[in-house]
Design a protein around this ligand. Sequence first.
Ligand code: ZN
Length: 94
Amino acid sequence: MAIHSFEKLKTSDLGETDVIVCPVCRKATVLRLFTAHDMSAVSFLKKKHDDSVAVCPKCGSVFSVNQNYVTLRQQGTVCTLTESDLSLLFPGNG
Ligand SMILES: [Zn+2]
C-alpha cells in the first residue's frame, strides 16, 4: 500500500517518530505516526478505534504501535520508539 493512499484515510497525523531501523526494509528512517479514526477506512487493518499506526516512508510498511509509546508521547514525555514497539500489519516493498 502506497503512503499517498494511506494518507487519504481519515487519520490524525501524530508526526514523526525518532529515527529507527525499519524492521522490514532495514533502512534507518523516521516513521510517520497516525491515529486512525475512521473504522470503515481502517477495517482492512483489523484495528480498533483510535489505535495508532506507523508507516515507513521507505517501503510503505504499516505497523501497529505500542499504545504506551503513543500515550507517553502525547503527554509530552520523551520516549524512544524501538522495534519491539512495532508489530507489522501490512508489509511494504522492503
Ligand atoms: Zn521500511
